[in-house]
Ligand binder design. Structure first.
Ligand code: PLP
Length: 411
């Protein structure tokens, strides 16, 4: 019998969403007429904008003609999309990025999950707590974490706690690490780091020769001027940071699939013997060996998201979600709850009221007002005592959910 990668057995089951589904299904069976509103999903609900559809339709027509048909494309992405990305997302912010530093992919989940392959299995990893689970789970699979302790933490991981006490701005690691995952604006907390807070991390990474893996999947939701859209807006970041961007939450591509990763040629790692190696070289090798490019039609759709009409239409969609965020945030604040996020991100992170833990609030919302959210404890031990609501739903249903909470929830 083939021997397996036993690291997989260290992963706790997909407890969070399975348990949410179990509780919702049981409630629905017992209360078939209940009108449940889901504010738990991290998926978008608005359709693709017309400019993107137009870009894709033109590409579909090209694929049907011998003279314009495309087979395999460059694994790193077509020049037309890479150049559009650089011009709009970086040059427009005064950041210089080379065309061979951008890698187009089928999603940030793949990229943030796969990037760990280019680091040593001995690399020390720091992640925030609570966290988007992919960063942790992929390092568990790779065998970098040791076993799961009774406190819900892996012995080999450096956890960077983010909570109300530190204003969701984690303290620097106490001992050196090789790799630091940061997600700004953050999922699940909806909070951000200011320019000066992020600079502290970049300076730290430069001093200790660590690499920052910067997940900016929610960049489009930033509304405040002091929140950087790219880590490369911070001086020195091109020496130490890899940035992940996605069209999922920006242009509604969660089902369409397109993202990109920036690996500046100046970001270095080292061999055991101390030889410096550019991470760009390793990621290029990994990407071209294991990935065969995003479909031409999809890349044309992504390019169209940057056209003047595309930008305008996408802005309206982001504003739609952010209006939901405002409705939720203000509604909860008016109830006297302590609320974070929802200003630069489509996530609202609330403190559970006294006497209720994360799952306690989940059950109360489900049974008293038929609303489904996500218990903070599912994102890591430091998420206990918090709860996540998302702004990706329908506007009318979001208003109704908030009204129900304001008028019917017994806190
Ligand atoms: N990074 C974060 C922080 C996310 O929340 C998500 C999706 O929810 C992703 C990455 C995945 O994005 P993609 O759809 O590009 O795979």
């Amino acid at each position: 019998m083939a021997r397996i990668n036993e690291n997989y057995l260290k992963l706790p089951g997909s407890y969070l969403f399975a348990e949410i589904a179990r509780r919702v299904n049981r409630f629905k069976t017992e209360n078939p007429s209940a009108d449940i509103i889901r504010l738990g999903i991290g998926d978008v609900t608005r359709p693709l904008v017309p400019a993107v559809i137009k870009g894709m339709e033109a590409a579909v027509a090209e694929m049907g003609q011998e003279s314009t048909f495309r087979g395999y494309g460059p694994e790193q992405g077509y020049d037309f999309l890479i150049q559009t990305i650089i011009a709009n997302d970086f040059a427009a912010r005064g950041v210089t990025i080379g065309e061979d530093e951008v890698f187009v992919s089928d999603g940030s989940k793949s990229d943030v999950g796969n990037i760990q392959e280019i680091f040593s299995d001995k690399a020390k990893i720091a992640i925030t707590d609570p966290v988007y689970p992919v960063y942790l789970d992929t390092n568990v699979m790779a065998g970098r974490t040791g076993a799961l302790g009774e406190d819900g933490r892996f012995a080999g991981i450096t956890y960077l706690v983010c909570n109300a006490e530190n204003n969701f701005c984690p303290a620097l690691p106490e001992s050196p690490v090789d790799v630091i995952y940061l997600c700004v604006p953050n999922n699940p907390t909806g909070t951000t780091l200011s320019r000066s807070e992020l600079k502290k991390w970049v300076d730290y990474a430069r001093e200790t020769e660590a690499v920052i893996l910067f997940d900016a999947a929610y960049e489009a939701y930033i509304t405040e001027a002091d929140v950087p859209h790219s880590i490369y807006e911070i001086e020195g970041a091109k020496e130490v940071a890899i940035e992940f961007r996605s069209f999922s939450k920006t242009a509604g591509f969660t089902g369409t699939r397109c993202a990109y990763t920036v690996v500046p040629k100046t970001v270095m790692g080292r061999t055991e013997a101390g030889e410096k190696v550019p991470l760009n070289q390793l990621w290029n090798r990994r990407h071209t060996t294991k990935f065969n490019g995003v479909p031409y039609i999809i890349q044309r759709g992504a390019q169209a998201a940057y056209s003047p009409e595309g930008k305008q239409q996408i802005r309206e969609v982001v504003d739609y979600y952010m209006n939901n965020a405002k409705v939720i945030r203000e509604g909860l604040l008016s109830m006297g709850l302590t609320v974070f996020g929802g200003v630069n991100a489509p996530y609202i992170w609330l403190k559970t009221p006294a006497g209720l833990d994360s799952w306690g609030l989940f059950d109360k919302l489900l049974t008293e007002v038929n609303i489904v959210g996500t218990p903070g404890a599912g994102f890591g031990p430091a998420g206990e005592g918090y709860f996540r609501l998302t702004a990706f739903g329908n506007a009318e249903r979001t208003i109704e959910a908030v009204e129900r909470m304001k008028t019917q929830l017994k806190l």
